[in-house]
Design a protein around this ligand. Structure first.
Ligand code: ZN
Length: 303
């Protein structure tokens, strides 16, 4: 297939083939049945790859305790991406004012008060408090599939405000978690290559806020803490990150008092596959009609 890259045409193609369902809000869309079939097929392939690793499975809602967000200092680094939840707790008069303003299209946010929860900004956050205490000698490994929120409204289909990540989280000694992360980086490259995607990997940085954030990002790259696997989806020059592999050093270990078997502060690492992004990469490279996809790819994804 001769592939050209064009954001608008790709978005419109996904819509025209019923793969995504626009909602009106940028970066918020429904997923059609075939899109979900491909996404579920890929998720099952990850299951197979990880089957013998013995991960504990957890499931969390797309919300976290606000205190957890505060404890990990999320707002220090990513205030611009945060989704805090506010609701109404006023009296009957104020309720009327709220409804009237909303009905007239006027601002009404100042009539709300902040609740005790926020949308989940990273699928792995609810897991770290469950590691508190002393780890077994082999460390711990948890897997989950979670919805993540980012305040990044964009017409670009791979940049969503809400998306799913299939994530694995490891705690142990620094050597254990780095070896595990590097093993998964190779697994990720092999897996996506086997699905016919032209992948590369590179060191990367998180989208830290502001001028101080530039220093943090440079530090992250210099210490090679974060790697991404990239596939061109909307641009050849700026390929899309479809999975990321992160070494947090002792950041969460010290925050949540996680200890290795010999009593040292534990290290953690996490890795996540962006399920919608991988699915879009497959549609980009194999076409909008799954019946025309290479037989080997269809078989692997049980399509
Ligand atoms: Zn994570």
């Amino acid at each position: 297939m001769n592939i050209t890259y064009d954001v608008d045409n790709f978005y419109q193609g996904l819509v025209d083939h019923g793969l995504i369902i626009p909602s009106g809000a940028l970066g918020v869309f429904g997923r059609g049945a075939v899109f979900e079939q491909v996404l579920a097929g890929f998720n099952e392939v990850i299951d197979q790859v990880a089957r013998d690793d013995g991960a504990e499975s957890q499931t969390h809602p797309p919300l976290i305790d606000r205190a957890l967000l505060e404890k990990v200092h999320y707002l220090d680094s990513f205030p611009h991406l945060c989704g805090a939840i506010h609701s109404f707790s006023g009296n009957a008069m104020q309720a009327l004012a709220l409804a009237e303003r909303a009905g007239n299209g006027q601002p009404w946010g100042d009539l709300l008060t902040q609740t005790g929860v926020t949308l989940t900004p990273a699928a792995c956050y609810p897991v770290y408090p469950t590691f508190t205490g002393t780890l077994p000698p082999e460390g711990r490994l948890v897997e989950l599939l979670g919805w993540v929120y980012r305040n990044e409204p964009s017409p670009e289909p791979t940049r969503m405000q809400s998306f799913r990540v299939r994530e694995f989280i490891r705690a142990g000694t620094a050597d254990q978690v780095v070896a595990w992360r590097d093993m998964w980086l190779q697994r990720g490259l092999d897996l996506l290559t086997s699905l016919g995607l032209p992948v590369t990997s590179d060191v990367a940085a998180d989208p830290f806020f502001g001028r101080g954030g530039k220093v943090l990002a440079a530090n992250q790259i210099e210490q090679r803490l974060k790697f991404e696997v990239l596939v061109p989806v909307i641009s050849l020059e700026a390929p899309t990150a479809v999975c990321s592999f992160n070494f947090h050093q002792q950041h969460f270990g010290s925050t949540f008092d996680i200890r290795t078997a010999d009593g040292a502060v534990a290290s953690t690492a996490c890795l996540g596959f962006g399920l919608e992004r991988v699915t879009m990469a497959l549609f980009k490279h194999h076409g909008f009609d799954i019946k025309a996809w290479p037989q080997s790819v269809r078989e692997q994804l049980s399509l």
